[in-house]
Ligand binder design. Structure first.
Ligand code: ASP
Length: 403
């Protein structure tokens, strides 16, 4: 139960009992803003090796995630739609060469860049997707256009690019997508492949970051509408023409106002086979699971099939889940408390995680401290969760130390 005497205008005199939160709920306080909004983003499962993560690099990753969160959150804060917020957040990450999407896309075995993206509107269950596009600066914008302006859900290759051209979407030369790091990752994977074929037995350290990556966003807007958007360069050394889970609605992306919005990252083939994004929604709808449980269950199914990765999900109440089974997942989230009164306004809980599960524990703790300074928390802490305002952040069962 929460109470903020100053913010609610109920100055508390000594000895006066604290008015419980239930009495300052919106139905008897018309000035109180109740609409929850929330945004979560990811920059791909499988982070840079800890030993290569310099403070400068960490700052760059964190800055990229911050920019994306800010772009999406500003839209939500102004009362904009979750669709616009997710598209804006993903676009920022597509423009950032650190992430495997748009500008920083990985290379196919032929040395080309082929990108996939999709977006879904949880209100109307409308969706748009593009596969294997090679010259689209921001594939997420094209996916949105497919949803809004075509009679189809998915377009790929030349057809998608012709549609883009006809609708004023920016096309660029393939050179735009060249980054040395991604090129080096391709060379490393090719060398490992050659080595395997010849039986030479040289050892290569191929990290998750070398192999794949994706960016994505999920959001809840003030009207209760959910949306999800995902964009990727796919997997390094993939066969030309390979399309992963990212543009497959229900696999890499899904949104439904009845349940949640989901964006996935990881070994796409397994996410397709597990129909992972829709699975989260189905587990909530048909088995009544909470978003955190459903997200973990769906990811466990992916793992059972042999896949690694992660996903982000937000439910219709603004609860957020960000599970992953790789060494890390670039991610961040921002949400607003449902009972935030107008004069404290946005009780902003904004976190980015460029790396490592250990951040989860710290972030949850910091977040609780932040809220404690704004609210008196009167509930008992459950064993597995700490109350953060009216939100619970589930802590990992064991604290894992960063490498
Ligand atoms: N899921 C993406 C794909 O398979 C890659 C990733 O998210 O890491 O194309």
């Amino acid at each position: 139960m929460l109470f903020n005497a100053a913010a609610s205008g109920l100055a508390q005199k000594p000895g006066q009992s604290v008015k419980p939160a239930s009495e300052i709920r919106p139905d008897n306080n018309p000035n109180m803003e109740t609409k929850k909004i929330g945004l979560a983003i990811h920059g791909g499962a499988g982070t840079i090796e800890r030993s290569k993560m310099t403070p400068e690099k960490e700052r760059e990753y964190r800055a990229g995630l911050e920019r994306a969160l800010t772009a999406g959150y500003e839209i939500l804060k102004r009362g904009g739609s979750s669709l616009d917020a997710t598209e804006a957040a993903v676009r920022v990450l597509e423009d950032d060469p650190h992430f495997n999407a748009g500008r920083g896309s990985v290379f196919t075995s032929a040395g080309t860049n082929e990108m996939d993206a999709s977006i879904m509107d949880g209100k109307a269950l409308k969706a748009g997707a593009v596969g294997s596009v090679q010259h689209i600066k921001n594939p997420i914008n094209l996916a949105r256009l497919v949803m809004d302006k075509s009679p189809h859900v998915m377009l790929d290759c030349a057809g998608a690019e012709a549609f883009a051209k006809a609708n004023g979407i920016e096309l660029v030369d393939q050179k735009y997508f060249f980054t040395q790091e991604r090129w080096d990752a391709l060379q490393k994977m090719k060398a490992a492949e050659k080595d395997r074929a010849s039986g030479a037995g040289t050892s290569f350290l191929i990290t998750d970051q070398d192999r794949h990556g994706t960016v994505g966003a999920v959001a809840l807007d003030k009207d209760g509408n959910l949306a999800a958007a995902t964009s990727t360069g796919g997997t390094t050394n993939k066969m030309p023409g390979r399309i992963g889970d990212t543009p497959v609605i229900g696999a890499g992306t899904y949104a439904n106002n009845q349940t949640c919005a989901v964006s996935c990252t990881g070994d796409g083939e397994y996410f397709i086979r597990a129909v992972a994004a829709h699975e989260v929604s189905a587990l909530m709808q048909y088995r009544g699971l909470k978003v955190q449980e459903a997200a973990q269950d769906a990811l466990d199914t992916v793992k059972q099939l042999g896949g690694t990765g992660g996903l982000i999900a937000i439910d219709k109440n603004g609860e957020i889940a960000l599970p992953f089974n790789t060494n890390g997942m670039y991610r961040g989230w921002v949400s607003r408390l449902p009972l935030a009164p107008p004069d404290t306004n946005w009780i902003l809980n904004k976190k980015t995680f460029p790396d490592a599960p250990a951040f989860d524990t710290n972030a949850a703790t910091q977040c609780c401290q932040h809220f404690r300074s704004s609210f008196r928390v009167l509930t008992k802490k459950p064993a597995s969760a700490r109350r953060c305002g009216s939100r619970s952040i589930i802590l990992p069962p064991t604290r894992r130390k960063a490498n």
